[in-house]
Design a protein around this ligand. Structure first.
Ligand code: CA
Length: 228
């Protein structure tokens, strides 16, 4: 995955975003004026740009317009100020994918980021080539291949799908109901015990000691949380 570019001229806001996104496991790059931002967007690959509207030298709108004109398809989320309804309309017209109004909660921002990344065709291509390391397990979510310490690990499709879902929501609680919905959908619905068995199999591949899980944690009465 490529880094997320944060374009924000207010230092405390910029640092807050950087710290929080890094904590969530994203790599970040920074720009604090419009010209530098446009240059970076044209020259580097990013999986997403968080773009403040009011910036020195070039506005977020200008950057958006120019980047799209040059054929840059990187998803852009505009950071707009409260009450500037016009910003939202203009931003989307200039090619932004979404906007979020300041002040926003971290939770809201992360939800928007995940949604935009999920929709992005770019991202899919990137993740397709990637193997992800989760504890002892190296996993390719597209080819469904897993390796434990270099040896191929036998994994069922459902195991990989469950792990993929936990990974996409890493550091957040995933309820058993969520898993039932997302993984089994309208198919035959397994019992909680079946889900627990899948989790056990995953833990045996991922954890150093599957009886004392440190990565796929049980949240009692709710579900699971994958911690990285
Ligand atoms: Ca600003």
């Amino acid at each position: 995955m490529y880094p997320i570019l944060i374009v924000e001229d207010e230092p405390s806001m910029q640092m807050g975003l950087k710290d929080n996104l890094e904590f969530e496991g994203y790599q970040v790059d920074l720009a604090d004026d419009g010209e530098v931002a446009l240059e970076k967007i044209l020259e580097n690959k990013y999986s997403l740009v968080l773009l403040d509207v009011m910036l020195p030298k070039l506005s977020g709108f200008d950057i958006c317009k120019m980047a799209r004109k040059k054929g840059i398809v990187t998803p852009i989320i505009l950071l707009t100020a409260r009450g500037e309804e016009i910003d939202k309309v203009l931003g989307l017209e200039f090619g932004a994918d979404d906007y979020i109004t300041k002040p926003f909660s971290l939770r809201e921002l992360l939800a928007r980021i995940r949604a935009v990344l999920r929709r992005s065709p770019n991202m899919e291509q990137v993740t397709k080539e990637e193997k992800v390391q989760i504890g002892n397990l190296a996993i390719n979510f597209t080819s469904f291949e897993g390796f434990v310490n270099g040896d191929e690990a036998k994994m069922s499709h459902k195991e990989v799908e469950i792990l993929n879902y936990l990974w996409e929501n890493k550091n957040h609680i995933v309820s058993r109901d969520d898993l039932l919905d997302k993984i089994w959908g309208t198919e035959y619905q397994p019992t909680s015990r079946t889900i627990d068995n899948f989790i056990l199999k995953l833990r045996q591949k991922i954890e150093v000691d599957s009886n004392h899980a440190k990565i796929i944690l049980t949240v009692h009465g709710v579900g699971y949380r994958l911690v990285v």
